[in-house]
Design a protein around this ligand. Structure first.
Ligand code: SF4
Length: 348
């Protein structure tokens, strides 16, 4: 069955044959807590005959999401600890996150901001809040890059996006505007002439970081949407989350990285899954991740190698963990933040 609109409720999923009727109550309990959305494009990618389908696993809710472990946290990467005004996260000196919107076209079951996104989430910044966020950026000449994330900033209409870009155009020390998005893959039709014109509105250098986790997401239509962005002059990078049952296999990950490079997207980050609530079934041990990443070396081109990183809980920033993380006392890892601080991290 081809969906003509996004599926947003357990009943939608049951009607589309994506969950079995006897699982409906369990999924309703998940839906009470975390948002659900699958676009028609995502629905069309799901292989219903495969009970382990890696696309379904990313987007179809699972009762396992109601199981939380003691080390999981509502804000696993510590956004709130570095949020001086609503919508801004200022973790590193030369850049800020601008979270203008907390809506996404799809809701990933492993989302690290799952407590903030969705219709019941932190919402969209009001004009006053957006103006305060711009004021914060304007007053700090050290801010060289603004990263629009959320939520997915490309759900905004081209009109609103253009207005935001015009606001950034007025801040001379901001040289780079980066977007984090899943839209070119999950809703490729949004990448049209109006969207591209809006992205150009600031006159700044604009980078687009695409989030995709499995090679089957890189369809012909997704590649065409990305080509539109690259042809318009926006360099593209990738972000992938290493996920049990989705891409925890060097062959799958290698195919994904090659698909990125074929689409003129430079593989950037491979994220170790964060300690978000109810996501234990997606997590693997850092040692398993390191083994997968080492298997990529030598088997696929250097162009295709992502950097394997961990966001240190508590807002301490990213640590590269490809080869440097070591298992310390009590089965924990010890990772270093960019200021030289050492932090313990649990095995799973
Ligand atoms: S698109 Fe990003 S912010 Fe939205 S649900 Fe997925 S991981 Fe979370």
């Amino acid at each position: 069955m081809t969906a003509v609109r996004s599926l947003k409720t357990p009943e939608d999923l049951a009607a589309a044959g994506l969950i079995e009727p006897q699982k409906l109550d369990g999924i309703r309990a998940v839906a009470d807590r975390y948002a659900i959305a699958l676009t028609p494009t995502v629905v069309s990618l799901i292989d219903r005959a495969d009970r382990q389908d890696p696309i379904a696993r990313q987007f179809v809710p699972d009762p396992a999401e109601l199981l939380t472990t003691p080390q999981e946290r509502a804000d696993p990467i510590g956004d709130q600890a570095h949020s001086p005004v609503k919508g801004i996260v200022h973790r590193y000196p030369d850049r800020v996150l601008l979270k203008a919107v907390h809506i996404c076209p799809v809701y990933c079951r492993f989302c690290f901001r799952r407590e903030m996104v969705g219709p019941q989430g932190d919402g969209t910044l009001s004009p006053e809040e957006l103006s305060a966020a711009f004021g914060y950026i304007r007053e700090r000449p050290e801010i060289w890059e603004v990263i629009l994330t959320g939520g997915d900033p490309l759900v905004l209409s081209p009109r609103r996006l253009a207005a935001m870009m015009r606001g950034l155009a007025e801040i001379p020390h901001v040289k780079i505007v980066r977007f984090h998005t899943r839209v070119p893959v999950v809703e490729p039709d949004r990448i049209d002439a109006a969207m591209i014109a809006a992205l150009k509105e600031s006159g700044k250098v604009v980078y687009i970081a695409l989030h995709a986790n499995h090679p089957r997401e890189m369809t012909g239509t997704a590649r065409t949407a990305c080509a539109r962005l690259v042809d318009a002059g926006f360099p593209m990078l990738s972000q992938t989350v290493l996920l049990r049952g989705v891409n925890d296999d060097p062959a799958v990950l290698g195919d994904l990285m090659r698909a990125f490079v074929e689409t003129r997207i430079k593989p950037y980050y491979l994220h170790h899954p964060d300690l978000a609530p109810g996501t234990g079934h997606f997590r693997l041990d850092i040692a398993e991740g390191q083994k997968i990443v080492s298997a990529l070396r030598g088997t696929i081109s250097g162009l295709c190698q992502p950097t394997y990183v961990l966001d240190i809980p508590g807002g301490h920033g990213k640590a590269v963990i490809g080869e440097s993380a070591v298992r310390g006392e009590g089965g924990c890892y010890s990772v270093s933040d960019f200021r030289g601080g050492e932090h313990a991290y649990p095995p799973k």
